[in-house]
Design a protein around this ligand. Structure first.
Ligand code: FAD
Ligand code: UDP
Length: 411
């Protein structure tokens, strides 16, 4: 008999499994229909021995000290500040839009004040900022919108920015300085040994049983449990009673090249060329030293695994109907990006799961800092030791991994 059946071993499911087992001594069965833990953040060493993210680039960043310290119990961190270049008019220019972007794109030498004045002349003020088009055009005008946002967004979502909630393109700020970082969060780092190792450490607890290759429907009538935590798509849980909630999918094309580096930056975006949106080269993210290099191309598509909830008003209305059902489904808790239909980053899902845990546990907590390993490795020092560290962790060798590989029998 389990206290909890947790469906999905991504951030939402794994955080809750760890907290409920460790703090409340609950017996937890966590299942995932995939053959691995980690959800979409799963990473692994490919045939060439390069650490890659199976489901596209995952860069950790947060302003929440609580989240950073909580996760720091299960991983050491490698300091990493993400930067993105976009291929525009034959040049690679930094985004989000900042002083460098404008100067390089237009071959100018503006000061921050000049940039403000320049954007004032091109921006199209909008009375109300409702859509993703409004956000961009009202700040930087139509030309930059078309060069950088319109086609990328159409590719990514198969929708015009004018059909998408403002929040989507508002993820990218406009800066009047030379700060080319993609994020400005207080904490920006990558798990030193990768996400999967971090998840293995989270789930390595005697009260947690992991079942992979298992859809939770297969457990119905086979396993007794008190309550369920569900982190899959919410519409699927209710057999699409009100119709399908749109989720956007991607096809990932992974490649390994017999050269040390493939492109000049971790991520290059292609707003206007090609069917893919971006190419990511993993060694920049992980710091791994290797004579070959691995990259992934992202091709957006409608069919396939659900990756992105699609933020637009009618989808939100449909989600509200599912949420009302979820709220009245006794004994099931809906958590995570797919189950709450929110375009959440990893830290937001972690925070959401910690909040749900606080509710479930009535506020029992173990101070995260008491075990925190949230030390940041200086990039230079860590680069030097990188090869040893990575070969050291090649096969999954923790107890948690062995338990999973053996296809844990359930009580
Ligand atoms: P998921 O990771 O989706 O986990 C849900 C799990 O439930 C899945 O493993 C699934 O197999 C399982 N499941 C579903 N249905 C069933 C069932 N019936 N039975 C059993 N198991 C089931 N966030 C960032 O912070 N930074 C980034 O750089 C970033 N980049 C991203 C890039 C891409 C391409 C994508 C798609 C997402 C990115 N994210 C990023 C978001 C991040 O992936 C999510 O915030 C996070 O993984 C969500 O965790 P989750 O547990 O809610 O869901
Ligand atoms: N976006 C764009 N051009 C870019 C980068 C982003 O138009 O070069 C828009 C696009 O709509 C995208 C959104 O901004 O979906 C958010 O970008 P982000 O990089 O945060 O997306 P994610 O990493 O979640 O795919």
């Amino acid at each position: 008999m389990f206290d909890y059946l947790i469906v999905g071993a991504g951030f939402a499911g794994s955080v809750l499994a760890e907290r409920l087992a460790k703090v409340c001594n609950k017996r937890v069965l966590i299942c995932d229909k995939r053959n691995h833990i980690g959800g979409n953040a799963y990473d692994h060493y490919n045939d060439a021995g390069i650490l890659v993210h199976k489901y596209g680039p995952h860069i950790f960043h947060t302003n929440s000290r609580e989240v950073f310290e909580y996760l720091g119990q299960f991983t050491e961190w490698r300091q990493y500040e993400h930067r993105v270049l976009a291929s525009i008019d034959g040049q690679l220019i930094p985004i989000p839009i900042n002083l460098e972007t404008i100067n390089r794109l237009y071959n100018m030498n503006l000061s921050p004040r000049d940039m403000e004045k320049f954007l004032e002349t091109v921006a199209e003020p909008r009375e109300q900022i409702r859509t993703s088009e409004d956000v961009v055009v009202s700040k930087v005008g139509r030309e930059l919108y078309e060069k950088l946002f319109r086609n990328y967004t159409r590719k990514q979502w198969d929708l015009d920015p004018s059909e998408l909630d403002a929040a989507v393109t508002a993820r990218l700020p406009v800066r009047f300085n030379r700060d080319c970082r993609y994020f400005t969060d207080t904490y920006q780092a990558m798990p030193l040994h990768g996400y999967t190792r971090m998840f293995e450490n989270m789930l390595d607890h005697p009260n947690i049983k992991v079942m992979l290759n298992t859809d939770y429907h297969e457990l119905e009538g086979e396993v007794a449990y008190e309550e369920m935590i569900y982190t899959g798509p919410v519409d699927e849980f209710f057999d699409f009673r009100y119709g399908k909630l749109p989720y956007r999918s991607l096809h990932f094309k992974h490649e390994t090249h017999h050269t040390e580096w493939f492109q000049p930056n971790s991520v290059v975006n292609y707003p206007n060329e090609h069917l893919y949106t971006r190419i990511t080269e993993f060694k920049y993210l992980t710091g791994q030293v290797h004579s070959k290099t691995s990259v992934v191309y992202e091709f957006p598509r409608a069919e396939g695994d659900p990756y992105y909830p699609v933020p637009k008003p009618e989808n939100q209305e449909l989600y509200k109907r599912y949420k009302a059902l979820a709220d009245t489904t006794v004994g099931v808790h809906f958590v995570g990006r797919l189950a709450t239909y929110k375009y959440y980053n990893m830290d937001q899902v972690t925070a959401q799961a910690l909040t749900v845990f606080n509710k479930l546990s009535g506020g029992q907590r173990v101070p995260a800092a008491s075990r925190a390993k949230s030390m940041l490795y200086p990039v230079a020092a860590q680069r030097g030791s990188r090869l040893t560290v990575l070969t050291d962790v090649l096969p999954s060798s923790t107890t948690a991994a062995k338990k999973k590989e053996g296809g844990e029998k359930i009580a």
